[in-house]
Design a binder for this molecule. Structure first.
Ligand code: PGA
Length: 252
């Protein structure tokens, strides 16, 4: 375990791990609410954060945690995809989190997967500016893909990359393909925050569950920093940790 380059917390199940992360997020929101300050969260989609959102919704409903002073920025979405498409990350966020809490609609942000191609550069720069104007991300939640991507920063993404259009890796498209019925229907592109955008977060929590993630987890926790796996850049973040279940941790 001594050659680990990123702090790791290990839990028996994803549910228990997610409850611990939810507690940490809720505690920050609660403290900032009491101090009259906003909380800025960077959010992820996919199967990994589902338990986290469920637990935060429970804390909102049962313990009265308010999200009125919370501002959120999602990492990414497919491009192009309609926001009404159940596979869009916009739709995912509404269904699994946003519509269940009291966040102000204008405080939920996600890259606009319908913008015309010619607007992408300027809109992505605006996304970056909106994050800065909000005071920067307090806690960034991440999953990890089998390519080692964080957000959709596929192999080849550099440390200084910013919010932009990226071509999805074959492995990522293979993993997403069952949601789109065929590889042909699976999006080829996405809009994603860059590695540099993510690295500016004050605190980063990457979660991963299951055996299928164990190989890439071992690589990015113990291997060298490389743009072949963007999660490896987290080794150089001063306040990043991995929250893992017993299966994803199994090769460490
Ligand atoms: P998953 O995706 O949560 O559905 O495993 C994670 C990712 O690709 O970043």
């Amino acid at each position: 375990m001594s050659n680990q380059k990123i702090p790791v917390e290990k839990y028996s199940t994803p549910e228990i791990a997610s409850k611990s992360v939810a507690k940490e997020v809720a505690a920050l929101i609660q403290k900032n609410n009491s101090d009259g300050k906003n909380t800025v969260l960077g959010l992820a989609t996919g199967s990994t954060p589902l338990h986290l959102y469920k637990e935060l919704i429970r804390i909102h409903k049962e313990d009265g945690l308010s999200f009125k002073n919370t501002i959120t920025f999602n990492l990414d979405d497919y491009y192009p995809i309609s926001q009404d498409d159940p596979e869009s990350y916009y739709y995912f966020m509404q269904q699994h989190f946003i519509k269940h809490i009291d966040i102000l609609p204008e405080n939920f942000h996600i890259p606009d997967s319908n913008m015309p191609r010619e607007s992408i550069e300027i809109e992505c720069a605006k996304y970056e500016q909106t994050i800065k104007d909000s005071g920067g991300i307090d806690i960034q939640i991440l999953g990890i893909g089998r390519t080692g991507h964080i957000g959709f920063n596929e192999p080849g993404s550099s440390r200084d990359s910013r919010t932009r259009l990226v071509e999805l890796d074959k492995i990522t498209r293979d993993d997403a393909c069952s949601n789109f019925n065929s590889l042909e229907n699976t999006p080829k592109y996405s809009l994603t925050m860059g590695v540099a955008t993510i690295m500016e977060a004050k605190k980063i929590i990457l979660m991963a569950w299951g055996k299928s993630k164990s190989e890439i987890i071992a690589k990015v926790v113990k291997g060298s920093i490389t743009n072949e796996a963007s999660a490896s850049f987290l080794q150089s973040h001063p306040n990043a940790k991995f929250v893992l279940d017993k299966d994803s941790v199994s090769r460490l």
